[in-house]
Design a protein around this ligand. Structure first.
Ligand code: ATP
Ligand code: MG
Length: 260
């Protein structure tokens, strides 16, 4: 990658568009770390570099586990990477990505079966209870609403007890009322219960959602990180005009009474 150049300069010189450029982030083990930015700013690419669904052309990813052991994800071979994805990094996809031919319960326990865990069904049923879908284990995902499907996706990602959960716009496909409900559920139930010793990367393009669910927020623009801070930092000291524009929208909403 060309040192010091931005996306446009690199595109002009090489004809290629770098999706993510010069980004350096570190999230803690008990943190919900939000990545926010407009469509095309590189959020999904960045998060997919963490579990190497996208192979970074340059740069390194380190993962420090619950027991203090550290691995460099970017140097793992295929088998080691598969193990890390199975045991330590799980993911929730924007479009749910459930297996349509499996029951809800089978979707949730899939990862546990691959891991060879004892009594996956028991753990799966407990997890379904946690997400409020205890009675829905035996039906196919097609019988669920969007919000319920996303709870299954979340249950599947959390049941394996991984160190890191990547959530790529988990609530964006939901309509506003359900989205709000899911955010509250995420905060009250899920985060309080499961966040301990777990890192959550949560992508959104909605600053209001970012402010609600994030302990810290990283704002991306054209592949680069323009600001990393707590919700208060972002609101009080937006780093540039781009961040200011987001914050301005939020303040207008606040004035209209739809508070954060
Ligand atoms: N498979 C791909 N091939 C080529 N370019 C891609 C590919 N995926 C993403 N890009 C480019 O990388 C950049 C970042 O895309 P990315 O999907 O990471 O953005 P995003 O912030 O997640 O956007 P969205 O909010 O729309 O999901 C964009 O300019 C996009 O055109
Ligand atoms: Mg995306």
């Amino acid at each position: 990658m060309k040192e010091g150049l931005n996306r446009k300069e690199i595109r002009d010189q090489t004809g290629s568009v770098p999706a993510v450029l010069d980004v350096n982030v570190e999230a803690e083990k008990d943190e919900s770390f939000v990545i926010m930015g407009l469509s095309g700013s590189g959020k999904s690419t960045l998060v997919r570099c963490i579990n190497r669904l996208v192979e970074p052309t340059k740069g390194k990813v380190y993962l420090e586990g619950k027991d203090g052991d550290s691995v460099e994800v970017t140097s793992l071979d295929k088998d080691e990477l598969r193990e890390v994805r199975r045991e330590r990094i799980s993911m929730v996809f924007q479009e749910f990505a459930l297996f349509p031919h499996m029951s809800v319960l089978e979707n949730v326990v899939y990862g546990l079966r691959i891991k060879g865990e004892d009594d996956p069904e028991k753990k799966g049923r407990e997890m379904l209870d946690e997400v409020g879908l205890g009675d829905w284990g035996n039906v196919p995902p097609s019988e669920l609403s969007g919000g319920m499907k996303q709870r299954v996706g979340v249950a599947r990602a959390f049941v394996t007890n991984s160190d890191v959960v990547l959530m790529d716009e988990p609530f964006s496909a939901l309509d506003p009322l359900i989205r709000r409900e899911m955010q509250e559920w995420f905060l009250d139930e899920l985060k309080n219960k499961f966040e301990f010793e777990r890192t959550i990367f949560f992508i959104t393009h909605d600053l209001q959602e970012a402010l609600r669910v994030g302990d810290r927020i990283a704002i991306m623009k054209e592949g680069e990180m323009v600001q990393i801070g707590t919700p208060e930092d972002i609101l009080q000291n937006p780093a540039d005009e781009y961040v200011k524009a987001f914050v301005h929208d939020i303040k207008e909403l606040a004035v209209e009474g739809d508070l954060i």
